[in-house]
Design a protein around this ligand. Structure first.
Ligand SMILES: Nc1ncnc2c1ncn2[C@@H]1O[C@H](COP(=O)(O)OP(=O)(O)O)[C@@H](O)[C@H]1O
Ligand SMILES: [Mg+2]
Length: 354
């Protein structure tokens, strides 16, 4: 069993004004693929490094398989780390890189060779075992870094932005490969990225961080459908949800001079923030919706995204239309949102209301 538990785990760097990780509580199930996502500097790497034992925990505790590992030496944690820069030994071959920590751990040669051969087969590296890293492509180096983690048969994989150094196409391919491999191996994995698309496509669950604090933990579509606050709502999803200042009344939410009914029963009245994703808008006839001046049309084929501003309030909006709608820059369209696709947030705290 390799379930992980962070209990009020905090990292406060000496002399820093605030903690880098502010005492997080997080449970990761055995075999789960958990993604930590958030903007640069929010504490993702620090959290991962605390788990791997590379960063001191200043308060709280971390548990692995029911065992408190808060102060356990990194080498005794049975956690394999894959770094963004791969950290391969340049003078060693692919096989040498994979063998290195097995040798240190005293694994006999026969077994080392077996494990390396198996990992190489899994990763498609069999033909490259005698090459040095400099003779490999970025994607191949990335796979060697993965291989080095796999051969250890660890209880946990920790991966810190392992795709950042790959070009866009390779990133998409490798994203799928890693997700598949993780499911095949069933090893508990904590994966750090700043890229919400990676988080959405790879994780069983996603933990969104901001300023050293966990904002929300859930399955990708839970975060997408019910973000707990304006931050998560704006961070998860691409193109992003846009927000309109509005007023909540018994008739619905009034924003940009137009009232839209909402699925909302609680007795809250007054200023709110209404968030709508691009696919939540519908084009309507003039007079029946919010007039929007279209600034940019991004045609992707089947879909077209209209980037515009509400004429009355100047608020930014992104509307998904179809590629055949023939809307051009400078056009004025009218839009309204379905009641169930309006996310309501408290205007003061930014917390979800509906
Ligand atoms: N060794 C360190 N000493 C002091 N502050 C650090 C150190 N490492 C990271 N930090 C700070 O901690 C915060 C979180 O950093 P990090 O965990 O690397 O963020 P992320 O990986 O989400 O980009 C940042 O404000 C960063 O400047
Ligand atoms: Mg980082």
């Amino acid at each position: 069993m390799a379930a992980i538990r962070f209990e009020k785990a905090q990292r406060w760097y000496p002399k820093a004004a605030s903690p880098a990780v502010a005492g997080i509580d997080l449970d990761i199930a055995d075999g789960e693929f958990m993604v930590l996502v958030g903007p640069s500097g929010c504490g993702k790497s620090t959290t991962l490094r605390m788990l791997a034992g590379l960063e001191e925990v200043t308060a709280g505790s971390i548990h692995l398989g029911g065992r408190d590992i808060t102060t356990t030496a990194p080498k005794d944690r049975d956690i394999a780390m894959v770094f963004q820069n791969y950290a391969l030994y340049p003078h060693m071959t692919v096989a040498g890189n994979m063998a290195f920590c097995l040798k240190n751990a005293g694994v006999p040669k026969r077994e080392r060779d077996q494990r390396i051969a198996a990992a190489a087969t899994t990763l498609g590296l069999t033909d490259y075992l005698d090459r040095k890293p400099k003779a490999l492509s970025g994607g191949q180096r990335q796979r060697v870094a993965m291989g080095r983690a796999i051969v250890r048969n660890p209880q946990v994989f920790c991966m810190d932005e392992p795709l950042s150094n790959l070009d866009a196409k390779m990133r998409v391919q490798t994203r799928t490969d890693i997700a598949k491999l993780q499911r095949q191996l069933g090893v508990t994995t904590v994966y750090v990225t700043h890229d919400q698309t990676e988080a959405m496509t790879m994780g069983d669950r996603v933990a969104v961080m901001k300023d050293g604090e966990l904002q929300q933990v859930g399955a990708p579509m839970d975060l997408y459908d019910r973000p707990v606050n304006v931050f998560v709502a704006g961070f998860i999803g691409s193109p992003a949800m846009q927000f309109l200042d509005g007023d909540l009344t018994p008739a619905g939410v009034t924003t940009a001079g137009h009232t839209m009914p909402v699925d909302f029963t609680r007795e809250v009245r007054g200023p709110v923030v209404a968030g709508v994703r691009p696919e939540g808008w519908r084009l309507t006839s003039p007079g029946a919706g919010i007039p929007v001046t279209v600034a940019v049309v991004e045609t992707l084929g089947a879909d077209a995204y209209l980037y515009g501003t509400a004429k009355d309030s100047g608020a930014d909006l992104i509307v998904r239309a179809t590629g055949r709608d023939q809307i051009r820059m400078g056009d004025i369209v009218h839009v309204t949102a379905d009641p169930h696709s309006i996310h309501l947030f408290d205007a003061g705290t930014g917390n979800r209301l509906n």
